[in-house]
Design a protein around this ligand. Sequence first.
Ligand SMILES: [Zn+2]
Length: 246
Amino acid sequence: MTLNASRLSLYFHGTGSGGHLALGSAAATLEIDGDAALLIDCGPGTLASYQQAHGKLPHAIFMTHAHMDHIADLEILTVRARLQNQVPIPIFVPLEIIATLHQRLATYPGSMAEGDHNFWQSFQLIPVTDSFHWAGLNFSLYAARHHAPGSAWSLHLPGRFFYSGDTRPIPEVLNHCLTGNEVVFHDCGLMANPSHTGLDDLQREYPPALRQRLVLYHYANQQAGDALRDAGYQVASPQQRFDIPG
Ligand SMILES: [Zn+2]
């Protein structure tokens, strides 16, 4: 399989913001030739959506950061994977957030009532820094701007797509690291705040050609999504699939 021969799509499980989960917690699956290849984040409800869409447990996961609306369902997944005797699921985790992820999910006493289970037994932890290979593709990651420096990351498949994760605008990344006509899936709500991008940020921070390639997600509710659309942007909805041109 080569990069250019692959038909890629991104399926959104949820597009909501952390405090408003009516639209689900923000998470998406990269599909290669129609098959689920890499789940990005696993917050509350993501696992149910994934199983509904793909009929199985995730094959592999990338974590953007360790906020609960992006990691909570890993607790359910570690138990399900164990009960189904699944081989450990590769989970690509930026090196800087491993300790936080461990503290938040893996230190709970007695992961299973039956005993004899540790959180990480269900996963193959793969620490990642600048880039990693998976499913014949070579991904890059970049620090996003979300809470503490070095605590949140964007995922990039050069020439195909960029997934911002939770972030303020990151023009220093997008203006310098995009290599082609990537589709840019980007955090954006109606109102900006210190952790997230808002509508007025986009015009100030990004040139018109880039704004046309944005697909916005991580907004409060349907009304906010409609307002972003009315402003001329593409907006992702839950259970929506985007083809990623080659
Ligand atoms: Zn977050």
